[in-house]
Design a protein around this ligand. Sequence first.
Ligand SMILES: [Zn+2]
Length: 153
Amino acid sequence: MNTNSGYNPNKKYFNSEWLDKIDKRDQSLINRAFNALKNSYSPYSNFRVGACVETKTNEYFIGTNIENASLGLTNCAERNAIFSAYSHGYRKKDIRAIAIVSEDKKLTTPCGACRQVLSELLEPTCPIILTNGKELLVTDIIHLLPLSFSLDL
Ligand SMILES: [Zn+2]
């Protein structure tokens, strides 16, 4: 099983269904996202999130959530990861997948702001891998944000 074939973008997979089957590349991406989570700066929420973008040329860009006392200036893990990839010159056509992970009891899905950002910076069907280490959902931005706002560039 790998993110480029075989996943149903709206189906949640549970440990017994995916742990043994997951593609090594996807597992590596998830592991890197969990490593990024350890660096979370989240003293206000104590809610740690990690993310990792993988390019088609096997470059990795991690991100974690960085909070701020003003709260509104907090930046999410997935935005930090994809901004880093773009900062290094990569664009949507170069990105293979993104993993977004948390330690919560339920799957953590991207907030509305992140969905809007991902809708512009990812290809529509780029795999978005969500996991808390127990459940796994592989989806894409078409399913996370249908009818998103965009300008013709
Ligand atoms: Zn967000």
